[in-house]
Structures are given as structure tokens and as C-alpha cells.
Design a binder for this molecule. Structure first.
Ligand code: C2E
Ligand code: CA
Ligand code: CA
Ligand code: CA
Length: 277
């Protein structure tokens, strides 16, 4: 009994070497994973409030790794970014998404796709031309493509991001600031950027039913967002209560497990069929 119970606790944390090795493997295998179909795009629907009409989907990448199993983007996107391979990922996700949007257009459905960008793309003067090329190749009008950038990414150095943001905006694509509320920027500052949409970070939306502070943050983002002429999107909508509160506040768009989890291509099609018939 004199011995501390801590002696008996064994925690099998991976060593730094193992973590490094895994990251190294992911990075070296990534291109091949794209080519062999291990990397797939899932899509999460976004609906209008209060009508619940399907407006668009957010593209969220998944990797089914032969050794490590299903990997979430948080596990490999940062490594892919650091290795300078983000263009390959963004290009892949954008192509897959625009193929879907085009197929829907051919069936008379106007549903947009939102693609997550790395802040690194904002340093890349050739990026807007690649976006324009992709839209043209797939025959998709620019307003059906949304590009999501995190608040922390854009606000880290807004002056540096501005030229590429302006050119993207000039193409007519929709620019969204993701994870809004987690950084330290003010909405007033956003007015100086060519941005069309704010996405309230899910941490506030998840808490708004029980936490008065979260509720107040959400309401003020909706109000200020609207006063700046922005579309306001809430992500992380898991409960009826949150959706109803958001609708009452005038929030424009809802996304979250309540509406649907991110779905594979085929499951999304089934979901859409059931909704639009
Ligand atoms: P994000 O852009 O903020 O995406 C939303 C995340 O919230 C997704 O996680 C989604 O599955 C999850 N989510 C959606 N609805 C709910 C909900 O109601 N409750 C909760 N608790 N979570 C919800 P996911 O798919 O694991 O993606 C994580 C992050 O990885 C994304 O955060 C995004 O920053 C990044 N990411 C995903 N795909 C890409 C990509 O193609 N390129 C880049 N650069 N980043 C990506
Ligand atoms: Ca996003
Ligand atoms: Ca987000
Ligand atoms: Ca996030």
C-alpha cells in the first residue's frame, strides 16, 4: 500500500520516434493514396433556415489507410500542408466537388460545394488561376463554389492574404471565414476583406443551448454579420433547440449532425433523393 498506485499504471503512448515515423509515412504515401482511391471526399449538407432547403455541401476529406485504418483530416492535413503537398489535396477535393455540382446542375439542382483551403494557398499567386481553370473545366458557375478559410489563417496576416483573396473574389466564388469566433479578430475588421460568409465555430453552437455566454456570442455574430451584409452559417448544429434558436436569431444557414453527418458520395445521393422528392 506504500507503493503509489501510479507504479501500476502503464500508459502506452507512442514515442516521439513512432509519431515521427507515422507522419513521415503519411506524407510519403499521400500522392499514391490520392491516385489509388484511398483518399475520398465526403459531403455534409448545408440547409437554409428556416426553410431547410438544401443550399450546398461542405467537402470533407477522408483517408482509408491500408495500415492505419480510417484517418480524419486533423490527423493528416497538417502533415500534408507542412510537406508542401497541399495543392495536390486542394486540387483533388475541388475537382471531385465540382464534378458533383455539375452532375446536380445536369439534373436541374443548384447545390453549391464548399472546399476548405489551407492558408498556404493565399501565398500562392497562381492559385486563383487554378480555381478559374477548374471552374471552366467542369463547367460550373463561380457562385456555386465556396472557399472556406479559417479565421486564424486569414487574420494571421491579412495584408499578405489580401491580393489572392481579391482575385478569388473577382472570379465570383463565395469566400467564407471558417471557425469564426475562435480567433481574436473583430467582425469590423472583416469588413476590410472581400468576404461573403462567416461560419460560426461549432464550439459556440454546441454550447448555445446550455451556456448563456455561447448563446450571446452566437447572437452577436449573427447580428454583426448581417449588419456587414454577410451570410451567416452555423456549423455544429446537433439539436433541434439550437436549430430553432438559430432560426429565431435570423441565422441564414445550418450545418451539423442534426441535418446530416458528412456522407460518402453514394449516401449523399440517397439522402438528396429522399429530401428533394
Ligand atoms: P472544419 O472545416 O471546421 O469542418 C467541420 C468539422 O466539424 C468536420 O470535421 C465535421 O465532420 C465536423 N462536424 C460537422 N457537423 C458537426 C456536428 O454537428 N457536431 C460536431 N461535433 N462536429 C461536426 P472533419 O471532417 O473531421 O474535419 C476537420 C477539419 O479538417 C475541418 O474542420 C477542416 O479544417 C479540415 N479539413 C477537412 N477537409 C479538408 C480539406 O479538403 N482541405 C483542408 N485544407 N482541410 C480540410
Ligand atoms: Ca470548413
Ligand atoms: Ca469550422
Ligand atoms: Ca475546424
Amino acid at each position: 500500500a506504500a507503493r503509489s498506485s501510479g507504479d501500476n499504471v502503464r500508459v502506452y503512448l507512442p514515442t516521439m520516434g513512432q509519431i515521427f515515423l507515422r507522419r513521415f509515412q503519411l506524407v510519403t504515401q499521400f500522392r499514391q493514396a490520392l491516385e489509388t482511391g484511398q483518399v475520398k471526399v465526403h459531403y455534409q449538407p448545408k440547409v437554409a433556415l428556416p426553410s431547410r432547403q438544401v443550399l450546398g455541401v461542405e467537402a470533407l476529406v477522408r483517408w482509408r489507410h491500408p495500415e492505419f485504418g480510417k484517418l480524419d483530416p486533423d490527423e493528416f492535413v497538417p502533415a500534408v500542408e507542412a510537406a508542401g503537398l497541399i495543392d495536390a489535396l486542394t486540387g483533388f477535393v475541388m475537382d471531385q466537388s465540382l464534378i458533383r455540382v455539375r452532375k446536380w446542375l445536369d439534373r436541374g439542382l443548384r447545390i453549391s460545394a464548399a472546399v476548405n483551403l489551407s492558408v498556404r494557398s493565399l501565398d500562392d499567386a497562381a492559385f486563383p488561376d487554378r480555381v478559374a481553370g477548374a471552374l471552366q473545366r467542369h463547367g460550373v458557375p463561380p457562385e456555386l463554389l465556396t472557399l472556406e478559410l479559417t479565421e486564424s489563417g486569414v487574420m494571421a496576416d491579412p495584408q499578405r492574404a489580401l491580393p489572392v483573396l481579391r482575385r478569388l473574389h473577382a472570379l465570383g466564388v463565395v469566400l467564407a471565414v471558417d471557425d469564426f469566433g475562435t480567433g481574436y479578430s473583430s467582425l469590423a475588421y472583416l469588413r476590410q476583406l472581400p468576404v461573403d460568409e462567416v461560419k460560426i465555430d461549432k464550439s459556440f453552437v454546441l454550447g448555445m443551448g446550455t451556456d448563456l455566454g455561447d448563446h450571446a456570442v452566437v447572437r452577436s455574430i449573427v447580428e454583426l454579420g448581417h449588419s456587414l451584409g454577410l451570410t451567416v452559417v452555423a456549423e455544429g448544429v446537433e439539436e433541434d433547440v439550437a436549430r430553432d434558436q438559430l432560426a429565431a436569431m435570423g441565422c441564414d444557414v445550418a450545418q451539423g449532425y442534426l441535418i446530416s453527418r458528412p456522407l460518402s458520395e453514394s449516401r449523399l445521393e440517397a439522402w438528396l433523393q429522399a429530401r428533394t422528392m
